[in-house]
Design a protein around this ligand. Structure first.
Ligand code: NAI
Ligand code: CS2
Length: 475
């Protein structure tokens, strides 16, 4: 099926913005905007979006050259469906974004990656070292936080009208985080705008979900063949998508609920469910799957031993959750595993393992702390951390050239080298990183279990590791 743009794009008005026009944005938020335009409903049909990329790649000219539209191919192994998206009206790079007039923008989203918030991993605190250059030269910001603060102070406040800034990144409490780092930055650089900021800008938290692996040459060929032509911005994604947004808006906003999004007062249960079940399993397979010789999510999740382990892991993760309204955690876990088994979404484990220092705190550390606090041993979580300790900082490429990157990569590689002779020291060194909840860092039994699995995994073959994982799952 190939669904072309059916609405009059001349009706679109540049009323929304997005920072971080990556694969996920093009396959997720932008599809909701396009759905609204197709619905042609009076109060939401004309939301057009300006995209801003503050870091490479610069896709502005590509976007313009292909007529400001692109395709999204969704495929679940049974049905492939292609749709054109036309609501991304312009894309600006950092230089052109500096001069962009935000006066007509009511609503903005961000997907700038877990490390784009200039915060301390595992917290919502601004890390001053990561914004020191912007603090020194505030009118020439290089970070998203510096860019937003300058826009709010020098453009938005001047017009006085409120704005909603919604993070859509996979970080814990993403709206609280964005509000915290923007306010901490403005306290130092634009203190006279703080009262206006508190009155006129909101930062709702979102849970966003759709598996959108980085495009490869193979997926690009598949998309262009299925969608009928050259498309440098097209993306391949799974059919599943979900967007749950906190009901906290300062300004006019698109009626995303008309396109199936959920607007809720209590977002946390939805975020924790997704971060700990779907994302938690992805990260668990990124660590354990690679140790057992797999390089993709579907490869690991189709292995019988790792499926049986997933049941144990997901049950322990689910036991730390409050079930969100309308959800069933046991069913959500089954669907999560099924989604990862989708053979058409080749999701490299090295990509999922990237930025683990910013991902594992909410996916593994937080549930482990909750389990320990409720008297459980959190051994499945200890296994994932042990796997990370053995491989963190390893930048070797997989068979498709995909490498794992992490802002802490050199520090982690040094820890591994320094402690390669002692499994206990390696486990304790990783558990001492300031990214984990205190309960995890200080629990002697959890440290002993992490050491146990570092010892089991180190030096063992993939087959031996799988046998040990199978044994654990059956205990
Ligand atoms: P991508 O690599 O295609 O795009 C990354 C985007 O982030 C680019 O537009 C880049 O300009 C921007 N960016 C990167 N580092 C930045 C920084 N330090 N400051 C400002 N902007 C920066 O990645 P993709 O797939 O679009 O994912 C982006 C984020 O979306 C993820 O990190 C995650 O938080 C979130 N997400 C991704 C999902 C996926 O399946 N790919 C699903 C759910 C959420
Ligand atoms: C993945 C996520 O790379 C990763 O960190 O776990 O991008 C995951 O695919 C999405 O959160 C799914 O919504």
């Amino acid at each position: 099926m190939n669904s072309k743009i059916s609405y009059d794009r001349a009706q679109l008005e540049l009323r929304a913005a997005h920072i971080g026009v990556g694969a996920f944005h093009r396959a997720h938020q932008q599809v909701y905007y396009d759905d609204l335009a197709r619905l042609n409903s009076e109060d939401s049909k004309n939301w057009g979006v300006v995209g801003i990329n503050l870091t490479p790649p610069n896709i502005s000219e590509l976007h313009e050259a292909q007529g400001a539209s692109y395709s999204v191919l969704t495929d679940d192994g049974n049905l492939a469906s292609c749709r054109e998206v036309g609501t991304l009206m312009r894309v600006l790079d950092a230089d052109s974004a500096a001069g962009f007039d935000w006066s007509d923008i009511d609503f903005a989203t961000l997907t700038i990656t877990e490390k784009g918030y200039c915060h301390r991993a595992g917290s919502t605190e601004l890390d001053p070292d990561k914004v020191s250059a912007d603090i020194a030269f505030p009118t020439n910001p290089k970070t998203a936080i510096g860019y937003l603060a300058l826009m709010l102070d020098q453009r938005r406040r001047a017009y006085g009208n409120p704005i909603t800034l919604a993070s859509c990144d996979n970080v814990a409490d993403n709206g609280i985080l964005l509000g915290s780092v923007v306010r901490a930055y403005m306290e130092q650089v634009f203190p006279d705008s703080l009262a206006w900021l508190d009155d006129s800008v909101t930062f709702p938290t979102s849970m966003v979900d759709r598996i959108v692996p980085a495009m490869s040459d193979t997926s690009r060929v598949k998309l262009e063949k299925a969608c009928g032509g050259k498309d440098a911005l097209g993306v391949v994604a799974e059919p599943f998508r979900q967007w749950v947004m906190e009901n906290k808006f300062a300004s006019n906003r698109p009626g995303f609920e008309l396109a199936g999004a959920q607007i809720v007062d209590n977002l946390a249960p939805y975020e924790h469910m997704k971060h700990r079940m779907l994302n938690g399993l992805q990260s668990a397979y990124a660590e354990l799957g690679r140790l057992c010789g797999f390089n993709s999510s579907d490869g690991a999740s189709n292995n019988k031993d790792l499926q049986i382990w997933a049941d144990v892991f997901l049950e322990s993760q689910a036991s730390t959750l409050i079930c969100p309204n309308g959800e069933n955690l046991e069913k959500y876990g089954r669907i999560s595993l099924k989604r990862l088994q989708n053979p058409t979404i080749h999701h490299p484990l090295n990509q999922i393992a990237s930025d683990a220092s910013f991902k594992l705190p909410q996916r593994i550390g937080a549930p482990a702390a909750d389990l320990l606090n409720s008297g459980h041993n959190a051994e499945a979580q200890a296994m994932v951390i042990a796997g990370w300790a053995i491989m963190a900082g390893d930048t070797s490429a997989d068979e498709n050239g995909v490498v794992t990157t992490d802002p802490m990569a050199s520090q982690l590689a040094m820890l591994r080298k320094r402690h390669e002779s002692s499994h206990s020291d390696l486990a304790n060194a990783f558990l001492a990183l300031p990214i984990w909840p205190e309960r995890v860092r200080e629990d002697a039994n959890f440290a002993a279990l992490t050491t146990k699995w570092v010892n089991i995994f180190s030096g063992a073959t993939a087959v031996e590791r799988l046998a040990q994982i199978r044994k654990f799952s059956k205990e």
